[in-house]
Ligand binder design. Structure first.
Ligand SMILES: [Cu+2]
Length: 295
C-alpha cells in the first residue's frame, strides 16, 4: 500500500485541477461578456430580454451534478484506500488522548507522546480519549481523526521512509491544546524491535532518585514498571529518558530541563495538570537524574 497522505494528495490535485478548469471557464466567460457588451458597443434602446432557455438550464444543472458525482466517487475510493481496504494491519497500537498528552500502548508496553512505528508496515491506531475530544493528526502520514471518550476510532498509518514526523492535536481541547504535540518515529523493523524490547524491560532499581520519586506524590499519577509506582493519570515514565521531549513537546529532554520542569511545570506549560512538587534542591537533582536515566 502507499502512505494514506499520498492518496489524499492525489485526490487534492485532481479536485484542484477540476476547480481550476471551472475557474478558468467562469472567469473567461465573465471577461468575454465584459468585453463583448462594453458600453462603447452599447446600442440605444431597450436591451434584449430573454425568457427560458431550457438547454442552458439543463446544462448548468447537469454539469455541476456530474462534477460533484465524479468528486464523490473519487473521494469514496480515497477514503476506502486510506482506511486500508484490503490490507490487513500488521500491528495495532492503542492511542489515547489526555489533557494534554498522548498515551500509546503496545500490548502491555505504555509510552507517551512519541509513537514508534516500523516503516513499510500498515499500522492501525485505535484512538480514544480519557477526557475531552482530541484529534490525532500527523499530516505527512495520514488523515486527521477524532479521539472521542467512550468510542474507539481506527486510523491507518503507513510510513514509507524512516524518520520523524511531527503532528499536533487538531481539536481544541483546553488551555494547553497547543502543547499537545505528537512525534512519530518511523524506524526500520530491526530498530523498531530493539526499541520495543527496550521499552518492555522494567526500570532499573536502586538510585537515590528512585527513592525520592517513590516517596512523593509522583506515584499518584505516574507509573514506573518494576516499582510500586502505578498511577495512570499521567504518562508512564518507565522509559521517559528515551523520549526526545518533555511535556508533549515543551522542552527537550535532558537533566537540566527535566529538573526545571519538575521544579515548576506551570512555568513551561501553564494550566498543565501536573502540580509542582515541593522538593529540596538535592531531591530535585536526584529525581531529574533518575528520570532521564530511565532509557
Ligand atoms: Cu487535544
Amino acid at each position: 500500500m502507499r502512505p494514506p497522505a499520498d492518496a489524499i494528495a492525489t485526490l487534492s490535485l485532481i479536485v484542484g485541477a477540476i476547480a481550476l478548469l471551472i475557474f478558468i471557464g467562469v472567469e473567461g466567460a465573465l471577461v468575454y461578456a465584459i468585453w463583448r457588451y462594453r458600453a462603447a458597443r452599447h446600442v440605444a434602446g431597450e436591451p434584449a430580454t430573454f425568457e427560458r432557455n431550457r438547454r442552458l438550464e439543463i446544462a448548468w444543472t447537469a454539469a455541476p451534478a456530474v462534477i460533484l458525482a465524479v468528486v464523490f466517487v473519487l473521494t469514496l475510493g480515497t477514503m476506502a484506500e486510506i482506511n486500508g481496504a484490503g490490507v490487513a494491519p500488521a500491528m495495532r497500537i492503542a492511542a489515547t488522548g489526555h489533557q494534554w498528552w498522548w498515551e500509546f500502548s503496545y500490548a502491555g508496553v505504555a509510552t507517551a507522546n512519541e509513537l514508534h512505528i516500523p516503516v513499510d508496515t500498515p499500522v492501525d491506531l485505535e484512538l480514544t480519549s480519557a477526557d475531552v475530544i482530541h484529534s490525532f493528526w500527523v499530516p505527512e502520514l495520514g488523515p486527521k481523526m477524532d479521539m472521542l471518550p467512550g468510542v474507539t476510532n481506527r486510523l491507518r498509518l503507513f510510513a514509507r521512509r524512516a524518520g520523524s514526523y511531527d503532528g499536533q492535536c487538531a481539536e481544541f481541547c483546553g488551555i494547553e491544546h497547543a502543547w499537545m504535540r505528537i512525534r512519530v518515529v518511523a524506524q526500520s523493523r530491526a530498530e523498531f524491535d530493539t526499541w520495543l524490547s527496550a521499552q518492555a524491560a522494567p526500570a532499573p532499581h536502586g538510585s537515590e532518585g528512585e527513592r525520592v520519586f517513590l516517596a512523593n506524590i509522583c506515584v499518584n499519577c505516574h507509573a514506573v514498571r518494576g516499582t510500586s509506582a502505578a498511577g495512570t493519570a499521567g504518562p508512564d515514565l518507565t522509559h521517559v529518558g528515551a523520549r526526545t521531549m518533555i511535556g508533549a513537546g515543551v522542552l527537550p529532554n535532558d537533566v537540566a530541563r527535566m529538573r526545571a520542569w519538575l521544579a515548576d511545570p506551570e512555568r513551561y506549560k501553564p494550566g498543565t495538570l501536573m502540580p509542582s512538587v515541593p522538593l529540596s534542591d538535592a531531591d530535585l537533582d536526584a529525581v531529574a537524574a533518575y528520570l532521564v536515566s530511565l532509557r
